[in-house]
Design a protein around this ligand. Structure first.
Ligand SMILES: CC(C)(COP(=O)(O)OP(=O)(O)OC[C@H]1O[C@@H](n2cnc3c(N)ncnc32)[C@H](O)[C@@H]1OP(=O)(O)O)[C@@H](O)C(=O)NCCC(=O)NCCS
Length: 285
């Protein structure tokens, strides 16, 4: 463990993000968890002082709600993985902070914890994937999307030529997938991969090419790969749960993540946009 007083140390993050998995080692075990905003605790006692300070700077309800939901899901994921309590005081001791890249990390009692974690939320649901740092899969990325219509302009502007051909051809003709789900899936897989690379949407989305497989395992996951132009090929897994699409990518070989106890069943979760009626945070909230 390393002490992390400032909450943002780019050097430590860079070292961790590029640490390779052990050659020849079995694929690393990873876990995921999901939560819906309906279950978010009412007060804010479950946040640390640093998390609360960041929240206090947010004026837009959407941003604030999403930040809170991702914090709560990240904390519950760490608690479920490490066998920690979920009362507000216990959750406040688990911090979800961010490196300068924006990538998240976990601190326990103010000390950086040896976990890889990635967070995502969409329409009232949030997800996290977690694993022990240095145990094989390297950096992780997760993304959650709702299947929604995507324009031809979106497909042309953000997808590579090969991805466009797949979305408009075989995927559109596949009754189990369809054009819009395929376009959202490719987008989600790109976001997960760009989180592994710690770039996010600073990078050109066409600099990573997604190849999707549709052979589902018993637990609902199917493979994809994300090939960075001139760089590594990252393994990934995807699943469709109701209206949601979930993707997880890693730096090195990765088994399908297993769900931790107490997670929301995303397949029956209702997408919500609760910020719409109240877009600006009321002073004192
Ligand atoms: C990564 C990114 C594409 C995700 O955006 P999104 O799809 O709207 O949101 P998601 O809910 O799926 O993911 C958000 C989470 O991604 C993670 N994230 C942000 N930047 C990341 C990066 N560079 N690498 C890995 N993960 C990142 C964070 O955990 C964030 O949640 P948090 O801020 O509450 O910790 C987007 O945040 C991005 O492009 N970030 C980099 C550029 C940027 O503006 N960074 C700000 C630095 S402070």
């Amino acid at each position: 463990m390393t002490t992390q007083p400032s909450g943002a140390d780019e050097t430590g993050e860079a070292e961790r993000a590029t640490a390779p998995g052990r050659p020849g080692a079995p694929a690393a075990e990873r876990h995921w968890w999901a939560g819906h905003e309906d279950a978010l605790p009412g007060g804010l006692e479950w946040l640390s002082g640093r998390e609360r300070a960041r929240l206090d700077g947010m004026r837009f309800t959407k941003r604030r709600n999403e930040y809170l939901l991702r914090r709560w899901v990240g904390k519950r994921t760490v608690a479920a993985r490490a066998g920690l309590g979920t009362d507000p005081a216990s959750l406040a001791r688990i911090e979800l902070l961010n490196w300068m890249t924006g990538a998240p990390y976990v601190a326990l009692e103010g000390v950086v914890a040896p976990w890889e974690i990635s967070l995502s939320d969409r329409a009232g649901c949030a997800v996290a994937v977690i694993g022990a740092a240095g145990s094989g899969a390297g950096a992780l990325g997760i993304d959650l999307e709702v299947v929604e219509p995507r324009s031809e302009g979106f497909v042309t502007d953000f997808l590579t030529r090969a991805e466009q051909d797949w979305v408009r051809g075989p995927a559109a003709a596949d009754p189990g997938l369809g054009r819009d789900a395929a376009a959202n899936l490719v987008w989600s897989a790109k976001e997960a991969a760009l989180k592994v690379l710690r770039l996010g949407l600073r990078a050109d989305t066409r600099s990573v090419e997604i190849t999707v497989e549709s052979d589902f395992l018993g637990d609902g996951w199917a493979r994809f790969t994300a090939a960075r132009r001139g760089g590594p090929v990252m393994p990934g897994w995807w699943r469709r749960d109701g209206v949601y699409l979930l993707t997880v990518a890693a730096q090195d070989e990765l088994d399908p993540p297993t769900v931790l106890p107490g997670a929301t069943d995303v397949a029956v979760a209702t997408p919500v946009h609760s910020w719409v009626g109240n877009p600006l945070v009321t002073p004192g909230e």
